[in-house]
Design a protein around this ligand. Structure first.
Ligand code: T3D
Length: 265
């Protein structure tokens, strides 16, 4: 079943990574983590890659950790700190830090770490039939993969607590209404919309977009003064890119800009 736990497709200017263990709703195994890690490193090292689309095969997005690998064996209970350190935490950090936008196309249920990995992406599009489940409490665990950090920031402490403590599924429509995700779309439109967004980003001012990601992430912890300083630095960096010059020229010439995504010389 695990021969190709991750599918990678190269498109013009972006890559599509599909979690591919549909029989288990794309739950994570170690092999799948390793394959995903390789795919992300390759995407990051490819200068032609200017956006990433992450989705799931079959009827689910991802059901988190594959619990078959967590059955206690011979009375030995698995201790999980190591798996977070080795796989889940680096994955979330990588998704946040990739120097281009990451779009999650949540095609079905996203549960446990699967929900929080989706929420770690820059833009979350969800099919109408999708749902987000903080399944952890149902098996005696705590939200991981950044869940305890991102949920209260996105939807406020009361809703974050409700979702985390009950493990109740949150349908896509409500997720959109609560501000957990960017947009819900009809099931049949999900992949088309996700590709459209990636194509847009693939011809965008990539360095500027990467700085936007970093600026917004830093803002969670900064006071206004520090954030203003950071904006000054990032704006200086963005203004040195050829895309800024092109953006201004295109505006004044009343035409669409042609961004290359190149760094400043
Ligand atoms: O361990 C560590 O390294 C620490 C890190 C932990 C991170 C985590 O993610 S912990 C949380 C793990 N995930 C869960 O607890 C979710 C478990 N799954 C579910 O609660 C439900 O499957 C869903 C709510 C996601 C979907 O429900 P439903 O009714 O749509 O589907 P289903 O029938 O339950 O699942 C379909 C199949 O996928 C089924 O297999 P079967 O019976 O057809 O052979 C089911 O067993 C399998 N499946 C779903 N989730 C998992 C799974 N198999 C293994 N692990 C799973 N997580």
């Amino acid at each position: 079943m695990d021969e190709t736990p991750i599918l990678v497709e190269q498109r013009a200017g972006y890559r599509v990574i599909t979690l591919n263990r549909p029989q288990r709703l794309n739950a994570f195994t170690e092999t799948m983590h390793q394959a995903l890690k390789r795919a992300l490193v390759e995407a990051e090292n490819d200068p032609a890659c200017r956006a990433l689309l992450l989705t799931g095969a079959g009827r689910g997005f991802c059901a988190g950790q594959d619990l078959n690998d967590r059955l206690s064996q011979g009375g030995e209970t698995p201790v999980l700190g190591g798996a977070l350190e080795a796989y889940y935490n680096p994955l979330v950090r990588t998704l946040r830090e990739l120097p281009f936008p990451v779009v999650a196309a949540v095609n079905g249920v996203a549960a446990g770490a699967g929900a929080n990995i989706a929420l770690a992406c820059d833009i979350v599009l969800a099919a109408k039939s999708a749902s987000f489940v903080q399944a952890f409490a149902k098996i005696g665990l705590v939200p991981d993969s950044g869940g305890t950090w991102i949920l209260p920031r996105l939807i406020g402490p009361a809703r974050a607590r409700g979702l985390a403590l009950t493990g109740e599924p949150l349908p896509a429509e409500k997720a959109e209404a609560w501000g957990l995700i960017w947009r819900m779309v009809d099931d049949g439109e999900l992949m088309g919309e996700a590709h459209k967004l990636c194509m847009h980003f693939a011809s965008g001012p990539t360095v500027g977009l990467a700085l936007i990601k970093r600026g917004l992430d830093a803002a969670w912890d900064n006071d206004l003064d520090s954030q203003l300083d950071l904006e000054r630095e990032f704006q200086r960096e963005a203004s040195l890119t050829p895309d800024y010059a092109e953006g201004v020229r295109a505006f004044l010439e009343k035409r669409a800009p042609v961004f290359t995504g190149r760094k400043a010389k």
